[in-house]
Design a protein around this ligand. Sequence first.
Ligand SMILES: Cc1ncc(COP(=O)(O)O)c(C=O)c1O
Length: 386
Amino acid sequence: MKDKLMLMIPGPTPVPESALLAMARGPIEHRSKDFTAILEEVTDGLRWLHQTTSDVFVFSASGTGAMEAGILNTLSPGERVLVGVNGKFGERWAEMSEQFGLNCERIETPWGIPYPVEIFQEKLAADHEKTIKAVILTHSETSSGVANDVQAIAAAARAHGEALVIVDGVTSVGAMPVLMDEWGLDVVASGSQKGYMIPPGLGFVAVSERAMAASQRSTFPKYYWSFELAQKSLKQGTTPFTPAVNLFYALQMTLQMMRAEGLEAIYQRHAKLAQATRAGVKALGLKLLVEPESAASPAVTAVMAPEGINADMIRSVLKKQFDLATAAGQDHLKGKIFRIGHLGFISDRDVLMTMATLEAALHTVGYSEFTPGAGTRAAADVLAHS
Ligand SMILES: Cc1ncc(COP(=O)(O)O)c(C=O)c1O
């Protein structure tokens, strides 16, 4: 049905009406006091969201652009980096690092299994010559629904003393704690179409003082992505290039909404929605990809399709019959899993509707090894008691 699509994917996520309406205005001159006021308010909100006193730069880009900016500004060709790989987005970090000629050491675990923190700790502790220049991590691995222990690895990097901590926070910022200063993170990259609750188009990079100092030494060529240019402009209340003015209107609105809800409440809401989703799918006899469940991301849940049923058939029924979009499995998990996003502008009701429609879709594709209503009931129980 036209205009009825319900997005339960890990991005783009639903956009509140107030943010959509905020964008439905003519753009203003970006070299103006009015835009400076918006930029300053938004920058303040971004610092709050990342729990940092450092700068957060906004690029007109998707999250991958923000990730690339992080690498290009803080490192130099040939430098040794440890890259955590347990899904599609860790792969992306590794590919990017290799493409730029970094000496990339992958620390791999299968998709669905969290990073082996002790391997990072051992490698950092053994590196007396300080050859490791960065650990590059994915916080919430959207392809598999794992939340990696970035905090523990960052602590090991801080003890090492030299290695920067570069983090993909694309589906963690605005969903779970990303305590940039307290944890000692140096670069956190993210994108607007996720926990920020606005459409795609803005890439965010939070940059520590250490990372800014590293940017003075970095020899990668850069222009559009330059942190130095971004910082110089930000100090003057402006951006180096034309910003996506209308997306800033929307961001101003959603950051106000986030402030009103409060950070702790945002984290708790996501944790509760994720727990309810996991309880619901398990009550339907379906298995989660993530192991152990305590490592599950609060932003997205990866669900294994029942034996003999293609996950994309389930997704197809959900979409065609119920106007509900879920995400597919990627690479080797295509057809084997489907992913339910519960990130950003999502409420209890959305999870209950997802469970009810999932039950109906499972019936349609020929799987009914569950008590009717069991998934909705289990999710409702979690929602009622947390
Ligand atoms: C964890 C993670 N990293 C990176 C990206 C890439 O972001 P974008 O598609 O905005 O470039 C995504 C997008 O889904 C993601 O979930």
